[in-house]
Write a protein that binds this ligand. Structure first.
Ligand code: ZN
Length: 344
């Protein structure tokens, strides 16, 4: 089959022919319909410090956001059948550790991720555990299944936040930030202010439900947020940028007694001025790693099926898998791109 691989411990990736995987016990074989590029894949492609420390084995088929149709069942699979359309929870958990036994499977102590610890989805076929697949209803366009994983991070954060009737700031309007905006809008936020440095992304933020979209390279968002909240500050701030300077700024927009929800992944230690920005503010800070298994998925499918989230705006390109390299270069150059779907 065709696949896009990390073959060398160096910059880039390559398109190659590899054997079709054989599903192990408890796994199924999927024919991948669409697979999307995530920020993590960009780190792996660009081979930055994080990727060098976390990728243990190459060659490795990259990719972890996917939707596909089941074509074969491994031994012992009980809940799925050939022909089912499924999306994948990418946190493959052990089921035995403290977290798994206490309702926190998504932050299992022994997490394995496709495209990082085992072969991923940038391929025609993929073997995957039954326990981490979610069957999609027919009412949802199949390619949206490839957006569930990143959108779920936003759903997990927004459902935990107090957004109804609240003034919300979303720092970073990339795919994760856009998901946060769409879900916060669906869940009844009063006013959503989106921040980014790219004009293209700010336009998408408005399409997803932001009332204001501020280019932080041109004006001071702090002053704008204060004006828009009658001098009080935002009730809830989400960081989806992962940029240390932007995260430090995120705490400045928050009102006293407000909530900061951190979704973006900084690639270096981040300095926060704790006394004024957290302690005296009595700010509550939350971190997110993935989606609750599987209550986030249930709520997300409910929001999509009821038509409350519009997902089309999140997809900027649909490219054949053979163009994966082109897609990565486009994202690395920071051109007008948001979520790119690759079609094997
Ligand atoms: Zn575990």
């Amino acid at each position: 089959m065709n696949a896009f691989l990390k073959r060398e411990r160096a910059y880039g990736g390559c398109f190659d022919r590899v054997p079709v995987p054989i599903p192990a016990e408890g796994e199924v074989l999927l024919k991948v319909h669409s697979t999307a590029i995530c920020g993590t894949d960009i780190h792996i492609y660009a081979w930055n410090g994080w990727a060098q420390a976390n990728i243990k084995k190459v060659p490795l088929i990259m990719g972890h956001e996917f939707v596909g149709t089941i074509v074969e069942l491994g031994k012992g699979v009980r809940s799925l059948k050939v022909g089912d359309v499924v999306s994948g929870e990418t946190h493959i958990n052990c089921g035995l550790c403290y977290q798994c036994r206490n309702g926190m499977q998504h932050i299992c102590a022994n997490l394995k991720l496709p495209g990082l610890h085992r072969d991923g989805s940038f391929a025609e076929f993929m073997a995957y555990p039954e326990s981490c697949l979610v069957r999609l209803p027919e009412s949802i366009p199949i390619e949206y299944g490839a957006l569930m994983e990143p959108l779920g991070v936003g759903v997990s954060a927004v459902e935990n936040a107090q957004v109804a009737g609240a003034n919300v700031v979303v720092v970073g309007s990339g795919p994760i930030g856009l998901g946060v905006i769409a879900v916060a809008h669906a869940m009844g936020a009063r006013k959503i202010i989106a921040l980014d440095v790219m004009e293209y992304r700010l336009g998408l933020a408005k399409r997803c439900g932001a009332e204001h979209a501020v280019d932080t390279s041109k004006s001071d968002p702090g002053e704008f947020v204060r004006e828009q909240t009658h001098g009080v500050g935002a009730d809830v701030v989400f960081d989806a940028s992962g940029n240390p300077r932007a995260i430090a700024g995120a705490f400045k927009y928050l009102r006293k007694g407000g909530e900061v929800h951190l979704l973006g992944l900084p690639s270096e230690p981040t300095a926060i001025d704790l006394a004024p920005d957290v302690i005296f503010k009595e700010a509550t800070v939350y971190g997110y790693h993935g989606r609750k298994m599987f209550s986030t998925w249930t709520r997300m499918l409910g929001l999509i099926e009821s038509g409350r989230i519009e997902l089309e705006s999140l997809i900027s390109h649909r490219l054949p898998l053979t163009d994966a390299e082109k897609a990565f270069e486009l994202l690395l150059r920071g051109e007008d791109a948001s979520k790119i779907l690759l079609l094997p």
